[in-house]
Design a protein around this ligand. Structure first.
Ligand SMILES: NC(=O)c1ccc[n+]([C@@H]2O[C@H](COP(=O)([O-])OP(=O)(O)OC[C@H]3O[C@@H](n4cnc5c(N)ncnc54)[C@H](OP(=O)(O)O)[C@@H]3O)[C@@H](O)[C@H]2O)c1
Length: 364
């Protein structure tokens, strides 16, 4: 259980924090634009993309594919180039391809911007926090090492499948120590960005083996569940959790489903695991942050749930849904977990990190 703490001071409507979105025309950038169009603490003032889009009105170049209309005020913004000179906002959300993120995120941080990134480029760097705010908010402490030269810094959001996975594992890990995990993912088309996988490849089909994805799902939980190295060396001492992952792209628009088997140091009954998951909360819930779902893990009992179409919007896309919790004859416990890949798994995840940073007083 987390102890009661005072709620953060919310910036008033008149002094919202100006924010920029990099890679604003992509699948994650669109979610960020939608989320930030009506955020109580942040005001979206700058959008960037490639030189193909720069100089045009956002509404004229974005291939808008979300279920809600593009807000007019956001559509009227002119897209800028993705360069240090073009970004002025103190808080920057990056939804860039990893290759572009690798070039610009550190220079932006060095120029004094606080960058919260969805890209994989710097996730495993020693001095960069890789954070799910309900699981390891203490890793934001790594920012101190980066910020010796100023107020800027770089924080990363994990891979979209990793986020759902670690949220499901965290309550089990805290109570009983997760040792080994085997999982198979069924990942939505929007996870591949826009336009993503060709319809000829994906319709009436399942494509196994998403390039680069299994390595991230296997490595990132070790850092997230690791502990800060306070010996003076800095960085994170990784947790000794072994993860084996299979990945598949499936013809679903949004929502990654995972079939997960877990071995823990101490045995856990299904009833105890259910109780641990259903009651799991973290710092965002404790602080009442704007994007924090009150029910973080929805545990469902129907034998054919969770399903992407029915469950991906739980908690406004910020909760994960767990079902089919049952004994595993090989590893001990197994379940299915669904999380929305562009809300909790990307845009919403980075906004929740930024809210946590504000609440902790990490923004100038
Ligand atoms: N989709 C997901 O579910 C998901 C989940 C978690 C993390 N992520 C990560 O989030 C990032 C964005 O993913 P996405 O799915 O939104 O990708 P996407 O749909 O392909 O969008 C990529 C964005 O990057 C911009 N871009 C491409 N080349 C550029 C360049 N040379 N300079 C500046 N901007 C450039 C594009 O702008 P133009 O339109 O002008 O080309 C577009 O705005 C990736 O790192 C991805 O791995 C994605």
């Amino acid at each position: 259980m987390v102890s009661e703490r005072p709620r953060p001071m919310a910036p008033s409507r008149r002094n919202k924090i100006p924010v920029a979105v990099l890679g604003a025309t992509g699948m994650v950038g669109q979610r960020l634009a939608l989320l930030l169009s009506d955020h109580p603490w942040f005001e979206l003032v700058e959008l960037t993309a490639s030189t193909r889009s720069a100089g045009h009105r956002y509404a004229d170049v974005v291939p808008w594919r979300l279920e809600r209309p593009l807000p007019g005020a956001i559509g009227a913004l002119t897209v800028r180039e993705t360069s240090v000179a073009d970004v002025r906002a103190p808080l920057v959300f990056s939804a860039l391809d990893a290759s572009v993120a690798r070039e610009i995120e550190r220079p932006l941080a060095a120029a004094g911007h606080l960058v919260v990134s969805n890209a994989s480029a710097h996730r495993m760097d020693d001095d960069v926090p890789l954070v799910v705010p309900e699981v390891n908010p203490d890793h934001l402490g790594l920012l101190g090492a980066q910020q010796r030269g100023g107020d800027g810094g770089l924080v990363t959001n994990p891979n979209c499948s990793t986020i759902g996975l670690v949220l499901g594992l965290a309550p089990l890990h805290r109570a009983a120590g997760v040792r080994r995990v085997v999982l198979s993912t069924l990942q939505a088309a929007s996870g591949a960005g826009y336009p993503g996988v060709s319809s000829i490849d994906l319709v009436d089909n399942v494509v196994p083996g998403i390039p680069g994805e299994e390595e991230k799902i296997e490595a990132e939980p070790r850092k997230i569940f690791g502990s800060l190295d306070d010996s003076g060396a800095g960085g994170v001492i990784e947790a000794g959790i072994e993860v084996s992952s299979h990945t598949h792209r499936v013809p679903v628009i949004d929502g990654h489903l995972m079939a997960i088997s877990v071995e823990t140091d101490e045995g856990l009954s299904v009833a105890r695991a259910t109780e641990l998951m259903a009651s799991f909360r973290g710092e965002p819930q404790e602080r009442g942050l704007p994007s924090a779902p009150s029910s973080l893990i929805e545990v469902v009992s129907a034998p054919d749930r969770p399903q992407p179409r029915l469950d991906r919007d739980a908690g406004g896309g910020m909760s994960v849904t767990v079902g089919r919790l049952r004994p595993c004859p090989v590893l001990g416990l197994r379940f299915e977990l669904l999380s929305h890949n562009t809300w909790r798994g990307a845009a919403g995840g980075t906004v929740l990190i930024a809210e946590t940073l504000v609440a902790r007083g990490c923004l100038p």
